[in-house]
Design a protein around this ligand. Structure first.
Ligand SMILES: O=C(O)CCC(=O)c1ccccc1C(=O)O
Ligand SMILES: [Mg+2]
Length: 323
């Protein structure tokens, strides 16, 4: 006997979360709760505006017929919409018991906002001190000095940076000019520094700063490849697809000697805990990029360890469909 239930959520975001030039006032998404016999599984379907090519409405229109067929006992191919394929595959994997329970709750601490707050958070971070800074939103000099200052304040800190393709070659070079060779070596990588892949490769070569592919991994025809200066790829399952699809990407990357970093598309605590489990399972050496829960006002259904945000139970959520 199969049962399916779909909830819709809408969570207010912290003021000032800007994605690709648009302000994200609320995070909207769907949670699915499937059961088969005495087994249960949850998944989150939450296309990210500005990043997903499908809207939430499109995701919902694809999800409901899919679940309807599943509920009637059919075996159907996964959805072509990545957010749907991801959420469904998580729920099915929980039912099948194939997604291990243990999660990797280590995080690259997102460093934004008040500098005192950031320093405190980094000092409190247990184990390896790793931060992540968004760069490219301001002048190169400001980013350069900011990164340099943070590295000097915490000697054991290493950083991941993310420019989201915003630099020209000269801006990227200007940024690097504010960092000493020792500081550059403490940058684990910059995600997508320049507006083209070729420019990013040239920047890595010229600056000695390693780079990682994020946006590129979702472009048609992308194949993970060992290249000078490239050390990692970022996988955002909500934008990539099912667990099986992610596994495929991980294998490809690992074959080329590249690190795989699982990363958030600003899912709720439910999706984030599943991403932490996926990361612990498929890329155990690598600290995932999941420090986005605090951008939201609440947690959903499952708590994230150590978070003080209120937890909203499933009973409090709007059920939009069930069979
Ligand atoms: O990867 C992380 O560490 C946090 C998540 C993050 O940076 C992100 C979150 C939503 C959309 C895009 C991005 C990005 O990596 O550019
Ligand atoms: Mg990125």
């Amino acid at each position: 006997m199969r049962r399916a239930k779909v909830y819709r959520y809408c969570l207010p975001m912290e003021a000032g979360v800007v994605l690709r030039n648009q302000r994200l006032k609320t995070r909207d998404g769907l949670l699915i709760e499937l059961s088969e016999g005495d087994r249960q599984g949850w998944g989150e379907v939450a296309p990210l505006p500005g990043f997903s090519f499908e809207s939430l409405e499109q995701a919902q229109q694809a999800l409901l017929p899919w679940l309807d067929e599943w509920q009637r006992g059919e075996n159907i191919p996964e959805s072509r919409l990545p957010s749907v394929a991801f959420g469904v595959s998580c729920a099915l994997a929980e039912i099948a018991g194939t997604l291990p329970e243990a999660g990797d709750q280590r995080c690259a601490v997102l460093c934004h906002g008040d500098p005192d707050e950031i320093l405190m958070q980094l000092h409190q971070q247990p184990g390896e001190k790793l931060g992540k800074i968004k760069v490219g939103l301001y002048e190169a000099v400001r980013d350069g000095l900011n990164v340099s200052l943070l590295l000097e304040s915490i000697p054991e800190l290493t950083l991941r940076l993310d420019a989201n393709r915003s630099w020209s070659c000269s801006k990227a070079a200007a940024f690097a000019s504010y960092l000493t060779p020792e500081q550059r070596a403490r940058i684990r990588f910059i995600e997508e520094p320049c507006n083209t892949r070729q420019h990013s490769l040239e920047f890595a070569e010229a600056s000695g700063i390693a780079i990682a592919w994020d946006e590129s991994t979702r472009e048609a025809g992308f194949v993970a490849q060992a290249q000078p200066g490239v050390v990692a790829i970022v996988i955002k399952p909500t934008l990539i697809g099912s667990i099986q699809e992610c596994q495929q990407r991980v294998l490809e990357a690992q074959r080329e000697g590249l690190q795989v970093v699982f990363s958030s598309s600003i899912e709720s605590s439910l999706g984030l805990t599943q991403l932490a489990r996926l990361s612990a399972w498929l890329s155990p050496e690598s600290i995932p990029g999941l420090d986005t829960l605090d951008l939201m006002s609440a947690q959903l259904v499952r708590p994230w360890a150590g978070s003080h945000l209120p937890l909203i139970d499933a009973e409090k959520l709007e059920v939009i469909w069930q069979r």
